[in-house]
Each structure stands twice: as C-alpha cells, then as structure tokens.
Design a protein around this ligand. Structure first.
Ligand SMILES: *Cc1c(COP(=O)(O)O)cnc(C)c1O
Length: 458
C-alpha cells in the first residue's frame, strides 16, 4: 500500500524557503499550478510502486515545472536542417522591418476596415490588393488564410456543381490532409480527371470538355517530379484551349514565386506572373513558401472572377487577420525592388547565397563557436547540399557547407537529442555518424544561442 499521506501538502511546500524565492519571480497561481502538478505526478508514481523522493528533490521538480510552465510552448528554434522552407519549423521567417510593422498593427488600433480618405467603412483587402496587382499584373486580388483556402474558395466560387478538368498527373497530395481531389469535393466542384500519371496531352483536355464543364485547372507539381517518359500541357496552351471553349483557367502555382530565380539557381519553377501572362484567368499561391512572407493564400486574376469571391460566404471563414495583412503588405512592398527583395527577405536571401559566401560564413561560424566549445567536442566544415523545401523544387540540391559536430563521449544521436532539448532548441540532421548543421539556414543572430547550446553539451 503506497503511503500517499506522506506526500507533502501544498502548505508545507509554500512554507519552504524556496517558495518565497519563487514568488519573487512568478505569480502565485502559477506556483500553485506547478506544485499541484508535481504532487499529482508523485501520487501516480507512488501508486505505481515508486518510493517517495526526498523533499529537496520534490522542491527541485517544482522549480523545473515552474520554468516549463513559464516558457512559451511555441518558441524560436535554430534551423540547422538546410531545408530553407521548412514546414515543421514554420516555413518562412519574416524580415525584421516587416515584423516591426506587424507588431505595431497588433498592439494598436489600425485602419483595417476603415477608409481614412473617405471617413467611411473600408475593405480589409484594400491594403494588399493594389500591391498584388502591381507586382503580378493581375486585375484584382484577394487574400485568405493559406493556399489550401485559396484553392477551396476559387473552386467553390468558379466551379461549384460543375466539372473541373484536371490532369491525372496533377492530382497531388501536399502534406497531411491536403489533397487536390478532396479539396475539390469540399468545394462542391466535380473532378474530371484526364490523361495518365506521366503523360497528359492537350487533346485529353479537349476531349473532356462538355456542357457540364465549369473550368480547367492546372496544379503545379511542386513537391515531386515525374521523370522519364512524360508530357504535360503548359499554361499557355491550356489557356488557349480554355478561351476557345469559353471556360476559365485556374492555376494553383503553389510556391508563390514572384521573381525569376532561374538565373540564380538554374531551376525551372515558374512565377505567378508567368502563369498570368500565359493567360491563366486566376492564379492561387502560398504566401510562406518561395514568396517568403506570412502564411497566406493569394488569389490573383481577372476582376470578373475575383469580384464574386469577395462576396462569397466562405470568405468570412477563410479571412486573414490584421497582423498577417501587415506582414504581407510589408513583404510585397520589398518586391518593388527585386534586389531589395532578394537581400531582405530571409527565404530568398538563404536560397540565393553563393557557395563562396557559404564557405566564408561557415568559416566564421566555426571560429566563433570553437571559442566556447566544451572539451571533447570537435567542429569541422564539410560540403553537402541544402534543399528548398516547402514542396518547392524537390530535385534541386543547393551546394552548401555543413558544420559537423563530433564528440569523444556523445554519439551523433545523443548530440541531436541534447541540442533539440536545449533552451533554444537547435535542429540539425545526422549523416554518416556525424551531427550536421547547415550554414545556409542558421541565421546570423542565431549564433550566440547556438554557442550557448553547444556549451551545454558537456
Ligand atoms: C503548398 C501547396 C499548397 C498548399 O498551400 P498552403 O499555403 O500550405 O495551404 C497547395 N497547392 C500547391 C501546388 C502547393 O505547392
């Protein structure tokens, strides 16, 4: 029979000198919560056959619980994975100047839905629509929660109860529960697949057009590649067919790329402008992939299709908040000067770093980190590859430099766990028995935090 009655009471803990010290830092309700949590855990442990620890051990556990309760659960991490658009780690970090604008909007009142010139009710989307149009050449635009929402709204508005023709090779799953056929079902549009997994021709689309057809859909296959015997119909050809049949063409371009990265990366990802210039009536894309902005879905295109979406009942359920709008506006403004966008938007900055730059950065980081290193830990700079991530350019491997960490006493797996659980968690990868941190995705101001995490590896 466990001696549950021997577990100290809350009052006894509160009378302990540690409690007075805690109350200098923490609010009383938080302390009570921590005490009750630890005492509850102890009760469970005793019932499970464990013996009662010493009072000082209990006090230490309460201290640790307090610290845990007082630390935000959603927290900054150091991305050493080399995957630039890392969905698990929050996709695109925002430029600090944009974050400041966002904070101002978050902590004060704003003209979110107030027209300052006219002194009357304004439109939430008016802050970003002109910018999207200016940058992409679209007539009209609207923004929603993310690209999945953008596609849902566009399909519901343009294709409800009608058939939507899409290539079998483009019925993709993006991750988790986002699958094109399922989004289509939810929108009330009817899927009409054409072609085969690897090859779809213009005649396949043409042959499927009937009285029931509502629109043609093209999805950019951003997170995988079909290689070998393949054929897909480009946006230009598809747009010509759509015009001939008096149907709209909707393109889901995924990444939201707005500047041509081909000369820099030698890659073939198409821009939003490319699809609109090719004749797409509406293009939808993400805000936090290659655009490098906040989580958002952009819908851009012809006014006749965007205007009904602004009145669609789904819009209210998918709408974005003021902080996101402030962030998007800030990021889009940087795109007015392509060079400024490349320099200030972290996602673009990281993607376009040259190998020489990465080697120099890596050298600097290693020198800096070595001065804090506990004994038995060794650092070296090795060559490797980074990934774009975010379901963009899956085949592109960007040459990079990796900081390789090896220890006399810890295995790569143990280093991985310890750094992942550091005060500022550091996330890397393990390859060939070494723990690796990619220089490309470690940000400049991460360095002191990384140094502190390494110091803790003793
Ligand atoms: C990423 C992606 C989506 C989903 O975008 P979210 O912004 O994550 O909702 C949809 N379609 C394509 C082609 C994508 O690449």
């Amino acid at each position: 029979m466990p001696h549950l009655s021997r577990i100290p009471k809350v009052d006894r803990i509160l009378a302990h000198p540690a409690a007075a010290a805690w109350l200098q830092t923490y609010r009383r309700p938080l302390l009570l919560r921590a005490i009750r949590q630890v005492l509850d855990d102890l009760r469970d442990e005793l019932r499970g056959g464990a013996s009662l620890p010493a009072l000082e051990t209990i006090i230490a556990r309460i201290g640790a619980e307090l610290l845990r309760l007082d630390t935000p659960h959603l927290c900054r991490v150091v991305n050493g994975t080399g995957t630039v658009i890392n969905t698990n780690l929050g996709r695109s970090p925002l430029p600090p100047t944009v974050a400041r604008q966002m904070l101002e909007t978050a902590t004060h009142y704003s003209n979110l839905e107030f027209d300052l010139a006219a002194g009357e009710r304004g439109e939430r989307y008016s802050h970003v629509e002109p910018l999207v149009c200016e940058l992409t050449g679209a007539e009209a635009a609207i923004v929603v929660n993310n690209n999945a929402a953008a596609l849902l709204l566009a399909l519901a508005s343009m294709g409800r109860g009608r058939e939507v023709i899409v290539s079998r090779g483009e019925l993709v799953e993006i991750g988790g529960s986002f699958r094109i056929p399922e989004v289509m079902t939810q929108s009330g549009a009817l899927l009409r697949e054409v072609g085969t997994t690897n090859r779809t021709h213009l005649k396949d689309y043409r042959g499927a057009i009937t009285e029931q057809t509502g629109l043609l859909l093209k999805v950019s296959c951003s997170n995988f590649a079909v290689v070998g015997f393949t054929a897909e119909v480009g946006a230009g050809e598809l747009a010509a067919l759509a015009r001939e049949a008096a149907l709209p063409l909707l393109v889901d371009c995924g990444s939201g790329l707005m500047i041509d990265l081909e000369p820099l990366l030698g890659c073939g990802e198409k821009t939003v402008q490319h699809y609109l210039q090719s004749g797409a009536d509406v293009v939808v894309c993400s805000g936090d992939k290659l655009l490098g902005g906040p989580q958002i879905g952009i819908i851009a295109g012809k006014r006749e299709f965007i205007a009904p979406m602004k009145k669609h009942p789904l819009l209210r359920a998918l709408r974005v908040d003021k902080m996101t709008l402030a962030a998007l506006e800030g990021v889009l403004r940087l795109y007015r000067d392509e060079r400024q966008a490349r320099e200030e938007i972290p996602t673009l900055r990281m993607l376009t770093m040259t190998e020489e730059e990465l080697a120099r950065r890596g050298g600097r980081m290693v020198r800096r980190l070595r001065s804090h290193l506990p004994a038995g830990l060794r650092l070296s700079l090795v060559s490797g590859f980074s990934m774009v991530g975010g379901g963009a350019l899956p085949l592109l491997q960007l040459p990079t430099r990796l900081i390789s960490l090896q220890s006399d006493t810890l295995s790569a797996g143990e280093i991985e766990v310890l750094l992942r659980r550091a005060d500022t968690p550091v996330i890397g990868r393990i390859a060939r028995g070494a723990f690796l941190l990619d220089v490309r995705t470690v940000m400049d101001d991460d360095l002191p935090l990384l140094a502190a995490a390494l110091e803790g590896l003793e």
